[in-house]
Structures are given as C-alpha cells and as structure tokens.
Design a protein around this ligand. Structure first.
Ligand SMILES: CC(=O)SCCNC(=O)CCNC(=O)[C@H](O)C(C)(C)COP(=O)(O)OP(=O)(O)OC[C@H]1O[C@@H](n2cnc3c(N)ncnc32)[C@H](O)[C@@H]1OP(=O)(O)O
Ligand SMILES: O=C([O-])CC(=O)C(=O)O
Ligand SMILES: [Mg+2]
Length: 293
C-alpha cells in the first residue's frame, strides 16, 4: 500500500520538549529541523538532540516517517548533520536550497559512503529535495529524477519568493513554481509537497490554500504547527458521497466487463479507463485516511 504523505510537520531540532512528545500529533512525516529554525549557536546541541530522538525510534514505532532537514552542504554544519543523522537511522534527509541535480549527487555520495561504513543497506536512506530558488524551479525535473532515493520534492516559498524579488500574496506569485514542481514530481513518479502556511491562527486561509493545492494534485504540505495536521488530513479525506459514487463506478465497470462492453454509462455519463482508475484511487484513499467529517 502506498504511504500517505499529506502532512510533514516541521519541528525545531533544538526544542527538546517538542522532540520528545510530538508523535502524539500523528503527522504522516515528522521533520526535525537543523537549518533555519535553529540558531547558529545551537547547531551542535540541536544535532545531538535529534540524534538521541532518532535512536529512541519512537516516531518510527508509531508509523511516522522521520525526516531531518540538514543544513546545506556548503555551510560549516551540513556534512556533520548528514554524518550524524544517517548513522542514527533517519528515514529521509531533506536537502534545503536544492538548485540542481548536482546538489543531490553531492549529498548522495556522502550518504552512500556512510551507509557502506555502518553496514546499512545502500539506498535505504531516502532524500527529499526542497526547491527554494528560481534555479531549483527551472531544474525541478532533473532534480526529481536525480536519484532513486528521491521520494518527494517540496516547494519552499519563503526563500523562493526572496529569490523572485516578491512576497506572499493571493497565490499568483507561486502559480508557476507550484505547477513546475508538481509536474516534475509526476514525471519522476514521486510525491510533491506544497509550501508552509505561516499564519497559524488563520484556519480559513489555510483551508483555502489546502483546497487549491489538493485540486492541483499535491500530495500534501509542509506544516509548522500541529493544529494544521487535522485540518489538512480532513480536507484531503474523500467525502462519503465521493466514496459511494466511486463504488458505483467500479460496480458499473465490473458489470460492463461481464457483458463484454468496453465503455459503459452511469446516470448518463460515460465511464472509461481513467474514470475507473480515479474511482479506485478514491476508494483506496478512504480506506487509508477514513472519510471527511
Ligand atoms: C521558513 C522555514 O524554514 S519554516 C520551518 C522552520 N520553522 C519551524 O520549524 C517552526 C515550527 N513551529 C513552531 O515553532 C511554533 O508552532 C510557532 C513558533 C510557529 C508557534 O508557536 P506557539 O505560538 O507556541 O504555538 P501553539 O500555541 O499553537 O502551540 C501549542 C502547542 O503545540 C506545540 N507546538 C507548536 N508548534 C509545534 C511544532 N512545530 N511541532 C511540535 N509541537 C509544536 C507547542 O509546544 C505547544 O505545546 P504545549 O501545549 O504542550 O505547550
Ligand atoms: O522548506 C520549507 O518548506 C520552508 C522554507 O525553508 C522556505 O519556505 O524557505
Ligand atoms: Mg528556506
């Protein structure tokens, strides 16, 4: 069964209290941050805290995918981060500021060396590239296809919009990047994450954005607050009406097949291959996520 990746919760790697308790929020993936949420003077202590948390294995035991956002490899901290978190058994390394496939290859070479040194299966540590610049958006397809370790790409709006010399507004400013990142993910057959919504007290605005990115086809979003998890999961769950309709389509298709018909109709609407595939996906999603409340 495909893993759901709707919610990826950022958590500052320097916050011991959050690290030890946040599995209760049940995000699909948890992202311990060693980059921008951690001040320069806490970089080393945060890395140690994150390593201890990974070694305890509590998130993985709860079925929550562990992700660490490392510092970029051209900073004084990036390589120490990779060394520490791969040895501690992280599921996924999130590479910030990915401008090209070359950035990914550099990270991958380090990961492969460490896996060999510790006897971890080569290829088992996965990668997510965060796309945070115009160059990253333009190179999104080659980044997404750069390695079989790549399980998802994520658009990161704060840095991207600085690079584009603009700021968050009605969403027009992100339209091209969202479409480019999403297409790259689909070409590479990996998941795509939308941007952080930073106003944690604006549920209405958050849900408006979730509706848009779900309709575009994103798998989910990077989040910064646990209150956003349930809102997101609920918005992504199909309604009971959607599930009932999907079941009718699948039943009609089975009936049609028995009668040897290539195309059948349901309530006056044609049902063909893509419609049946979509209906099966809705039923599968409902099994995994439940239905919308
Ligand atoms: C541009 C970028 O790079 S974005 C990525 C980096 N940023 C981050 O990682 C920020 C993560 N988020 C946070 O630190 C916080 O949510 C803030 C600072 C935005 C807001 O903090 P608060 O105002 O305290 O949030 P809030 O009042 O909703 O907190 C409620 C509870 O949730 C906890 N909580 C808040 N955010 C998180 C989080 N990201 N992960 C886990 N627990 C969290 C709080 O500790 C608090 O717990 P408590 O009730 O046991 O005390
Ligand atoms: O990676 C993210 O989702 C957040 C981030 O750094 C950005 O938006 O610049
Ligand atoms: Mg950033």
């Amino acid at each position: 069964m495909k893993k759901l990746r709707r919610s990826m919760l950022f958590l500052p790697g320097s916050n011991a209290a959050m690290l030890s308790t946040s599995f209760v929020y049940q995000p699909d993936s948890i992202m311990f941050d060693l980059e921008d949420a951690v001040s320069i003077k806490e970089k080393d202590s945060a890395r140690l805290l994150v390593v201890q948390t990974l070694k305890l294995g509590i998130y993985q035991k709860m079925g929550i995918e562990t992700v660490v956002r490392i510092n970029a490899l051209d900073t004084p901290f990036g390589l120490d981060d990779v060394e520490a978190v791969v040895r501690a058994g992280v599921d996924v390394v999130r590479l910030p500021m990915t401008h090209s496939a070359e950035d990914v290859h550099q990270l991958e070479a380090h990961i492969e060396r460490i896996e060999n040194e510790i006897g971890r299966k080569v290829g088992s540590t996965k990668i997510i590239a965060a796309i945070e610049s115009a160059a990253g958006v333009v190179n999104a397809v080659s980044i997404a296809q750069s390695t079989p370790r790549m399980i998802a790409i994520a658009l990161a709006a704060f840095d991207y919009l600085v690079d584009m010399q603009t700021e968050r507004g009605d969403g027009t400013e992100l339209f091209y990047a969202r479409c480019a990142v999403l297409h790259a993910a689909r070409v590479a057959k990996i998941d795509a994450f939308d941007v952080v919504y930073s106003n944690i007290n604006d549920d209405e605005g958050f849900l408006r954005e979730v509706k848009l990115i779900k309709q575009l086809g994103f798998n989910g979003k990077s989040l910064i607050n646990p209150r956003q998890i349930e809102l997101l999961h609920n918005a992504y769950a199909p309604t009971q009406k959607d599930v009932d309709h999907a079941q009718e389509i699948v039943d009609a298709a089975i009936e049609g097949e028995k009668k040897g018909l290539g195309v059948v109709s349901l309530n006056g609407k044609m049902i063909d291959g893509p419609i049946i595939t979509r209906a099966k996906a809705v039923i599968e999603l409902a099994k995994m996520s439940g239905v919308r409340r």
